[in-house]
Design a protein around this ligand. Structure first.
Ligand SMILES: Cc1cc2nc3c(=O)[nH]c(=O)nc-3n(C[C@H](O)[C@H](O)[C@H](O)COP(=O)(O)O)c2cc1C
Length: 202
């Protein structure tokens, strides 16, 4: 698959089949993740590949609780796609073949400027993983709901205090009838300028 096609069609997949994901495939995804750019090439990332059903069930519970709380607060926005499928994602979490928990070092090593260099040093890895998954026919969705239960997550999986979790990425083949497809984004000219703010691109 052309990289450009993977980028264009790598939409969030929230319904998965129970077709297994091989260890070799997981290793390929993690090689892609750990090839990503990161500040100072410090590589202060860690990735937990979660296959244990009880742990996945716990993530499903946390997801559902966080999702229920979120949709009760956001009004009409809860009808938008990311939230509409949230319940199913939480309920099905234990059946999803693989959950990848992306973690990044806590602490001040990343500087104190305005930019979140910690996030900037883990999300490129997450995107590498997701695009590689797409190229292999695997669906993914980046999720962060579990962070509302950060201490419980850390306790469950033995994550040391020196690391924080940044994203939970369910990985699996899309359920029957679920298709990859063009992502839906606003017009380029609304967000891309040339030479000066608000000047349109040639
Ligand atoms: C930081 C971040 C957090 C996200 N958290 C969730 C989440 O908890 N649950 C979920 O279903 N999708 C989550 N998403 C996925 C977005 O909803 C999705 O990328 C967006 O709606 C665009 O949809 P598309 O990727 O299908 O084009 C998250 C995305 C980002 C970047």
């Amino acid at each position: 698959m052309e990289l450009s096609e993977a980028i264009r069609t790598q939409r969030a997949i929230r319904h998965f089949s129970d077709r297994p994901v091989s260890d070799e495939t997981v290793r390929t995804l993690m090689e892609a993740a750990t090839s990503a750019p990161n500040a100072g090439n410090r590589q202060q990332w860690r990735f937990l590949v979660v296959r244990d059903r009880e742990a996945k069930r716990r993530f499903g519970d946390w997801y559902l609780r966080a999702w229920t709380d979120t949709v009760s607060r956001i009004g009409d926005e809860a009808n938008a796609q990311p939230y509409r499928s949230g319940g199913v994602l939480g309920e099905q979490m234990e059946n999803i073949p693989v959950l990848v928990l992306a973690c990044i070092a806590a602490g001040s090593a990343y500087g104190t400027g305005n930019l979140d260099l910690r996030g900037a040093s883990i999300y490129p890895a997450v995107q590498n993983l997701m695009l590689t998954a797409r190229s292999l026919g695997l669906g993914t969705v980046i999720t962060t709901m579990h962070t509302q239960f950060e201490s419980e997550v850390k306790q469950l999986l033995g994550i040391p205090d020196e690391f924080d979790t940044a994203a939970l990425i369910p990985v699996g083949y899309p359920a029957r009838g679920v298709e990859f497809g063009d992502v839906s984004r606003g017009p380029l000219d609304d967000v891309v300028f040339q030479d000066r703010w608000a000047n349109p691109l040639d």
